[in-house]
Design a protein around this ligand. Structure first.
Ligand SMILES: Nc1nc2c(c(=O)[nH]1)N[C@H]1C(S)=C(S)[C@@H](COP(=O)(O)O)O[C@H]1N2
Ligand SMILES: [Mo]
Length: 516
């Protein structure tokens, strides 16, 4: 008898383990079915707020500056894909646990599903861009997952006591297979319905814009061996808080300029195109750019002078700022003085001779020479309020970043970075920038030796970066190269290291080169 009982316990334990696996898979399938149903709901409602996007967006809004910078340094501009995958893994892991719990106590597993759905619903409700229906996909996902979990649990219950019961096992398998196929089909359907992506891409492709007469960079700006002076759109860095890129049809785009103005202005995309169009090379920089980093790019922007529009609206003498808002609720606070002075801040609709890429703010964004993007370069622009800095806080201000963000003088070595170098003459080259002030000198030094003057390429304008190069008679061994710049007013670059937060990194770009 004891032996028999022992055997039974062994079988139970095995059956228990097998059931647990099935239960975990059941939980995961319930979650996937929920997510698929959520994507169909999002597609039908024309919202980007799927449960993963809702949770991810709310997460992004709450990330402290150090974590944002860590994510950028780990994943670069793939940080959003990493976040989506991370959220999915956490969701599915919790769903697996929910599935296991549900077999013995359905309510315990259901509680996890309800909590996850609740988090997604709450996340969607706190987003500016989710509209009134943005929570629906998350609610649909939660309810669908709950229902599928219930079905799974019913099929698994008999297997707890009779793990070898073939009929029950087949029943569970059939259900799982059905749920998997159904979810995949729903997921596909969701993609097809949420056609706004392709609709906007098509509208962008067919758009006819007044474009620059030439895309050629000014003569002499390119230093030999250095990074392209003009950054192609595909290589242009992308930084924003938008997990799902806002999709705006040019025909739907409207801009309201209001607040402390004599006359409110309402513009459509066509109104904008009828105005005086200008083209200007401007180097955009992100405040999160580390010393030596690549969150900087130079493009030929086309659009209209913001100054003309603001003057038409007639800002009040007491106003000192604008708060610009994007479709997805991001806001930037920009000093009014920088929009009315000679730097030609603009509402841009084209980048390097093409309509703005959707990820770079299609159909209209702001570009202000000399200011970091977070205080100026609002993409998917929909609203400009003329106001005072003491009346509002823009998106990044309560998150640990300075209210004002003038770009800091900085310089970078681009070659020979990570390249094989042989002893003898070696080209050292890179870029330096101090937008709207200009760069007058760049120096390099080797192994802490004397600073050596480099040759500057022609200056595109004070609003673009400037390239430099230097020929180094490189001896064998491992060497440290450093670069520093001086601005057009004679002020040298800050040499002390500082991190990006709160108002931009400082320090000297330092690289190590192995010479064979
Ligand atoms: N709508 C919106 N606009 C935005 C942001 C954002 O998060 N949302 N980020 C700003 C920041 S921090 C930078 S550095 C620039 C980057 O512009 P890019 O992605 O076209 O390079 O966009 C700015 N405009
Ligand atoms: Mo930025």
């Amino acid at each position: 008898m004891p032996a028999e009982r022992e055997q039974q316990t062994v079988r139970r334990a095995d059956g228990g383990r097998a059931t647990r696996w099935r239960a975990a898979i059941g939980g995961i399938l319930a979650a996937l079915a929920g997510l698929a149903a959520g994507s169909v709901a999002a597609g039908l409602l024309g919202t980007s707020q799927t449960p993963v996007v809702a949770i991810g967006s709310a997460f992004i809004d709450r990330v402290p500056p150090w974590l944002k910078d860590l994510a950028i340094s780990w994943f670069g501009t793939n940080d959003k894909t990493a976040l989506r995958i991370g959220i999915l893994i956490v969701l599915l892991a919790l769903a697996a646990i929910g599935g296991i719990l549900a077999v013995r106590r359905y309510w315990a597993g259901a509680l996890i599903v309800v909590a996850l759905g609740g988090v997604a619903v709450a996340a969607a409700l706190t987003r500016a861009d989710s509209g009134q229906t943005g929570f629906v996909p998350s609610a649909v996902a939660g309810l669908t997952a709950l229902g599928v979990l219930r079905l799974n649990t019913k099929r698994l219950e008999p297997l707890i006591d009779f793990p070898d019961d073939g009929v029950s096992r087949r029943g569970f398998l059939q259900l799982s297979g059905g749920v998997a196929i159904g979810s995949a089909a729903l997921g596909l359907l969701g993609r097809v319905i949420s056609g706004s992506r392709t609709a906007v891409a098509d509208a962008r492709r067919n758009l006819k814009l007044p474009l620059p007469p030439s895309l050629e960079p000014p003569a002499g700006v390119q230093a030999e061996g250095a990074t392209p002076w003009a950054t192609p759109n595909e290589d242009f860095y992308r930084i924003d808080t938008a997990l799902a890129v806002p999709q705006i049809m040019p025909s739907d785009w409207k801009l309201r300029i209001h607040g402390m103005v004599d006359k409110e202005l309402n513009l459509t995309f066509d109104d904008l195109l009828k105005r005086n169009v200008m083209h200007k090379w401007v180097t955009l920089t992100c405040v999160s750019n580390e010393v030596g980093g690549d969150l900087i790019g130079n493009a030929l922007w086309s659009g209209v002078l913001l100054k003309d529009l603001l003057e038409e609206a007639g800002p009040s003498k007491d106003a000192d700022a604008i708060q610009s808002t994007s479709k997805d609720g991001f806001t930037a606070g920009t000093p009014l003085s920088t929009l009315l002075d000679d730097r030609q801040a603009m509402l841009a609709f084209a980048m390097n001779g093409e309509p703005l890429p959707v990820a770079h703010g299609f159909p209209v964004r702001i570009v202000v020479p000399g200011l970091y993007g977070y205080v100026s370069a609002t993409k998917w622009l929909t609203d400009i309020e003329v106001t005072r800095f003491d009346q509002f806080e823009a998106y990044w201000t309560p998150r640990g970043w300075s209210e004002l963000g003038p770009i800091k003088l900085s310089s970078r070595i681009d070659v020979p970075l990570g390249k094989k170098v042989t002893a003898g003459p070696v080209t050292v080259a890179g870029v330096a920038w101090d937008q709207h002030v200009g760069v007058s000198k760049v120096e390099v030094r080797v192994d802490g030796g004397p600073w050596q003057q480099t040759t500057l390429a022609a200056d595109g304008s004070i609003d673009t970066w400037r390239q430099w190069h230097w020929t180094w008679d490189a001896p064998r061994g491992t060497h440290i190269l450093q670069v520093r710049a001086v601005d057009a007013k004679g002020t040298p670059q800050i040499e002390a290291s500082a991190p990006p937060a709160p108002d931009g990194s400082t320090g000297l770009h330092t690289i190590s080169v192995k010479v064979d």
